[in-house]
Design a protein around this ligand. Structure first.
Ligand code: UDP
Length: 234
């Protein structure tokens, strides 16, 4: 199989790492994700990753807490997930690094753009932790921004559903599945693929996004080989 994309940014939500547990880190799920990432690397694809933190904490759900504090807790949650994924990758003999947007030098490397590019070109997997390091943003925005920073060919947006639908397919049986969309349509139809900040960054930088379900067999490999396994957003 010949990869269509040479450098990809994989966005995995925190919930995806929780698997059926819904919260925390599910070891089997993390291993499954690591094995798929290993396959990408074996195809010669350069892989950068942004992991969410929703399996532990989301700033916007923190009720009375100061929003800044709540978001910093959320960013720390993404670092926990990043370290778990790094560990699972190293266990598969995949060289993997974590770069964080909030410095924590005993735990991970700081985010340094040129260093990330160098590590990617030497085929190390680079996991970006702590979002963009600022409250009031999401890891979707971090994924969009880092994808632009590293000039990724595509964002692979792993979801719990297999594609983008006109409505929630779990509650509306008439929900229509979209094969292809433009980012303008995503925004105008309010399809909630990413938040508006992330969507705008992608649109302004002509970033292509493949939305897909993590549970499908070999989903990542098929996506990098150019198969539209969910919804393609251009
Ligand atoms: N977060 C933040 N700034 C960022 C990225 C994340 O403040 O640049 C915080 C925010 O509180 C968010 C939490 O980290 O709710 C976890 O990220 P996200 O909700 O994007 O995770 P996901 O839903 O993808 O698991």
């Amino acid at each position: 199989m010949e990869p269509k994309y040479k450098r990809v940014l994989l966005k995995i939500s925190g919930e995806a790492l929780a698997g059926e547990d819904k919260t925390g880190i599910n070891v089997e799920m993390t291993e499954k994700v690591a094995k798929e990432i290993k396959q990408l690397r074996e195809l010669g694809v350069e892989v950068a990753i942004v992991v969410g933190g929703g399996n532990f904490w989301r700033g916007r759900s923190s009720q009375d807490m100061n929003r800044e504090t709540a978001d910093y807790i959320g960013m720390l949650a993404t670092v926990m997930n990043s370290l778990a994924l790094q560990d699972a990758l190293l266990a598969e003999d995949v060289p993997a690094r974590v770069q964080t947007s909030i410095t924590m030098r005993e735990v991970a490397e700081p985010y340094i753009w040129r260093k990330a590019l160098k590590e990617l070109s030497q085929k190390d997997v680079v996991i970006f932790g702590a979002g963009i390091g600022e409250p009031h943003f999401s890891t979707d925005t971090a994924a969009a921004l880092r994808a632009v920073n590293i000039q990724a060919d595509i964002i692979l947006l792993a979801k719990n559903v297999d594609a983008v639908y006109s409505d929630d397919p779990a509650t509306n049986p008439d929900a229509v599945k979209y094969d292809e969309l433009t980012m303008r349509q995503v925004i105008d139809k309010d399809l909630k693929v990413m938040d508006l900040t992330a969507a705008t960054i992608c649109m302004e930088n002509n970033m292509t996004i493949q939305v897909f379900g993590l549970s499908a067999e070999n989903s990542m490999v098929r996506a990098v080989c150019g198969e539209n396994i969910g919804t393609l957003i251009k």
